[in-house]
Design a protein around this ligand. Structure first.
Ligand code: ADP
Length: 547
């Protein structure tokens, strides 16, 4: 027996159609690479996206064609999100912070045939173009007045739009058709492609908007600071259109002052980015004694939110922190640290203890933790194990590796180590490759970094396991001081007193001018492990006695 309900495929284009019909007046505000601020309505967005879909067809981007973008967060990038996927092509966002060799590898693996790029990346495109013979068209996301004089067959985005009528119907097709492609950042080995479907994207976008996720509504002004090339800006470009929220795109200016000014000018209510970018913003507001007049929620994810940052945002700025966890393989939204009703009466410490965690699942995603033998571990908030995930927006295979099954009994092994408590709140204790193994016992590098960063004179900290003749590995803290601070290693180590077991306390603290950040703004530990591998043998000054 069949049900008697309408069958409408979950297509990315349907999000834009809804935005146009029901929120046509809503605004998209963008800081452009041309140097000015651009604003228009969802209605205009929809017209231009249809024109771009026509232009893509004219460029030969048939269904399934991979359309690459090398661009900041802005309205033209948003148009491409809908034009490429909506017309049946596959949007492939490229991370411009990657090394050109890596970009070349990714573009070739994805078989991109058209690449759209922002003005900023013209030199990069000019360097890469000769190495990308399969790319048939390069399109500068600006008008022809910004086209370089040099020959090279680069097209101008605005010319493509101007040539089209906008008289275009979004095609209907199977919701399992691919809509976009993102690559993992490949900290180990080559990056791997994750090919999202229209269905997974629509369901993920709905989940992102839920009250127990980022809680986005038509009353919000949303600023995705997280780049549109970092796992589709965590779904916000879709979710905002789905719910009719104003969208504010910061473009290339991600410094503290630019972000602060934009939040205030556009009365942003919710903003999302990785901790290192939030830190830049807070350093700016702190140094000038500024306050946010509209910001209500700060979504922090991609790496652990330091507890000190959470408290600062909540107590000094009155901003609610939504700490989230996810990965490219999970579209990326997995969990959010939004409280349950029974935590509302809790005192600050109890509440923060929950919010410090990476959070709990909404419907559509499921988690479990297992031991080395694959046996499920109890949800007691203390026992840690390998985090496994499954759900409607979790990958089944990597792109171009369809013959390999990455799942274990239908679950995706995340490579993260975590605990889950009786309320279902998951806490990442480490990535399995970052966990410090001292004398066979595990030490959480994230816990140690969080404690170090609660010291007012520590701006950034990374804890790595380095070689120790007796214990195999011991924690070493690599730290950057706040500007002008003179804090000593002993003073930083004193902040661990009573906070963790004695044998967890780092053996030493090394101060550096900067800590390497990867292409998505997260700390990269491999070079630190390499640089300081023999630190404890070279300078055996263990500040702590092991017990
Ligand atoms: P990459 O693997 O290149 O960093 P992703 O952006 O997919 O790419 O990163 C996913 C990983 O980031 C997760 O597996 C986890 O280790 C880490 N991560 C994401 N969010 C958090 C968080 N809130 N706390 C701790 N780690 C996080």
């Amino acid at each position: 027996m069949n049900s008697l309900m309408m069958k409408q495929p979950l297509l990315v284009s349907s999000i834009l159609e809804h935005a146009q019909r029901h929120h046509g007046e809503q605004e998209v505000v963008s800081c452009r690479t041309e140097g000015d601020i651009h604003r228009y309505s969802f209605r205009e967005l929809a017209v231009r996206a249809r024109k771009m879909a026509q232009a893509l067809a004219r460029l030969g981007a048939d269904p399934g064609t991979r359309v690459g973008t090398l661009a900041w967060n802005g309205y033209r990038h948003l148009e491409l999100y809908y034009a490429a996927s909506g017309s049946g092509a596959v949007l492939h966002t490229l991370n411009p912070r990657l090394h050109p060799d890596q970009l070349e590898w990714i573009v070739s693996d994805a078989e991109d045939q058209v690449i759209f790029f922002d003005l900023t990346f013209l030199p990069l495109i000019q360097e890469l173009a000769p190495r990308l013979p399969q790319v048939r068209h390069f399109v500068l996301m600006s008008d022809s007045s910004h086209l370089p004089d040099a020959p090279g067959g680069i097209l101008a985005y605005e010319d493509l739009i101007d040539n089209e009528s906008g008289d275009y119907q979004w095609p209907l097709f199977d919701e399992d058709t691919p809509s976009s492609l993102c690559y993992t950042s490949g900290t180990t080995g080559n990056p791997k492609g994750v090919l999202y479907s229209h269905r997974s994207t629509v369901l993920h976008s709905m989940a992102v908007g839920l009250p127990d996720s980022m809680g986005v509504s038509a009353r919000d002004s949303v600023m995705p600071v997280v780049p549109m090339f970092h796992v589709n800006a965590w779904g916000l470009p879709y979710t905002a259109c789905m719910v009719g929220a104003k969208i504010v795109f910061p473009g290339a200016a991600l410094d503290g002052q630019s972000l602060y000014d934009l939040v205030e000018a556009e009365q942003v209510t919710i903003s999302a980015s990785v901790p290192t970018v939030w830190q830049g913003q807070l350093q700016y507001t702190e140094s000038r004694g500024l306050r946010f007049t509209s910001l209500e929620r700060a979504v922090i994810g991609g790496a652990a939110c330091p507890p000190a940052m959470l408290r600062q945002l909540e107590e000094t700025y009155g901003v609610t922190v939504i700490h989230g966890w996810g990965m490219t393989e999970t579209s990326p939204f997995g969990t959010a640290s939004v409280l349950k009703g029974r935590h509302l009466g809790a005192d600050d410490e109890e509440r923060y203890a929950k919010q410090d965690k990476q959070g709990r699942c909404v419907f559509g995603i499921d988690l479990k933790i297992v031991d080395d033998g694959g046996n499920e571990i109890a949800w007691d908030g203390a026992s840690s194990g390998h985090l496994m995930v499954r759900g409607h927006w979790v990958l089944s295979h990597y792109f171009h590796k369809e013959d390999q099954d990455p799942l274990v009994d239908g679950w995706f092994p995340t490579g993260d180590i975590a605990t889950i408590d009786s309320d279902g709140f998951m806490q990442i204790t480490d990535r399995s490759k970052d966990v410090i193994k001292s004398g066979g016992e595990w030490i959480s590098s994230i816990d140690l970094e969080n404690i170090a960063m609660s010291h007012p004179d520590v701006a950034l900290a990374a804890c790595v396991g380095v070689f120790h003749p007796k214990w195999d590995e011991r924690p070493l803290l690599v730290a950057v001081r706040e500007p002008g601070a003179t804090v000593s290693a002993a003073e930083v180590l004193a902040s661990f007193d009573g906070q963790v077991a004695k044998w967890w306390v780092p053996d030493d603290v090394v101060f550096v001018d900067s800590i390497p950040l990867g292409s998505t703004g997260k700390i990269v530990k491999a070079p630190l492990r390499e640089q300081f591998r023999d630190h404890l043998i070279a300078a055996p000054a263990p500040s702590q006695t092991l017990i």
